[in-house]
Write a protein that binds this ligand. Structure first.
Ligand code: 2AM
Ligand code: CA
Length: 268
């Protein structure tokens, strides 16, 4: 029998400890590198934090598998078993440039089903936490279920990249929605943007190419507050690949898909 309470307690303690280490790193000089492109950044702290989690998990749960952004975990090609999905620093550009608005994202899945999701906004000391079926919490305070908000009263989190010419989407599919909403915001960390939808600080978040570690925890949290996440085509997210993302409360999700994103695609 898997002791999910124990896993949850350990995960929380490790996330907090990793957060402390990241904060201490503000006093040190970062070593900064790039990955897929010159704006896709990684630091020694991203790598050290991922290695910290891997050591803890391997020592405590040797049969569990780990999918981590920096690649120190396992090569995962099936969702069988218990898999920890970890982004040691989500929003590395913010971490480097601003020392804020980045998060640790940690999720535990069993056979593809999300059990535990944590997003830790390190600098604000805000832990968004969900245990499947028991609701979502922010620092131990229960987050209410999401209320329906009409498009014209909603705030959309989106990066300006996606409404300029880009390789992933025809910007014309997004412009009518950007015009219709009350306002747009961009925070530069997918995990934080998910957490803000979960807490109703923004009503919806759209982005084009997230990897499993960017959304694995957020997807569990959003379900616990009655929200919905899918690709921009309305399909279920694939935990083994890159995805476009539409996340919001469930009625807004339907409205945006039907009356904006898919409609514009059909009219294009
Ligand atoms: P990261 O900081 O962990 O790389 C930035 O808008 C958001 O998109 C961040 O959450 C960032 O995660 C994520 N992202 C996913 N893939 C990316 C990529 N190839 N380059 C930059 N950011 C990426
Ligand atoms: Ca990262």
């Amino acid at each position: 029998m898997i002791d999910w309470r124990e896993i949850d307690g350990n995960a929380k303690a490790w996330v907090k400890e990793a957060g402390q280490k990241i904060k201490q790193s503000f006093q040190t000089k970062l070593s900064i590198g790039t990955k897929s492109n010159p704006d896709d950044l990684v630091t020694n702290i991203d790598k050290e934090t991922e290695k910290y989690f891997i050591k803890k998990i391997n020592e405590t749960y040797p049969s569990h598998k780990i999918l981590g952004e920096e690649g120190y975990g396992n090569k995962i090609d099936t969702l069988d078993g218990v898999i920890w999905i970890i982004d040691p620093i989500d929003g590395t550009m913010n971490f480097i440039h601003q020392q804020r608005n980045f998060a640790i994202s940690l999720a535990v899945y069993e056979n593809g089903v999300g059990k535990i999701g944590m997003i830790y906004d390190v600098v604000h000391d805000e832990l968004y936490h969900a245990f499947k079926g028991e609701g979502a919490y922010l620092n131990e305070i229960k987050i209410p279920q999401l209320e329906n908000v009409p498009v014209n009263q909603s705030i959309l989190a989106i990066n300006a990249t996606w409404v300029t010419e880009n390789r992933r989407i025809d910007a014309n599919r997004l412009r009518p929605l950007v015009k219709a909403v009350r306002g747009t915001r961009s925070y530069g960390s997918a995990a934080i943007e998910f957490a803000y939808v979960v807490t109703g600080r923004v009503d919806t978040y759209i982005t084009m190419r997230l990897s499993p570690w960017d959304f694995a925890a957020g997807a569990i949290l959003i379900e616990e507050v009655g929200g919905k996440v899918s690709t921009l085509e309305g399909k279920q997210l694939n935990l083994l690949g890159e995805n476009s993302i539409l996340v919001s409360n469930s009625s807004l999700h339907q409205d945006i898909l039907q009356n904006y994103i898919l409609k514009m695609k059909n009219e294009a």
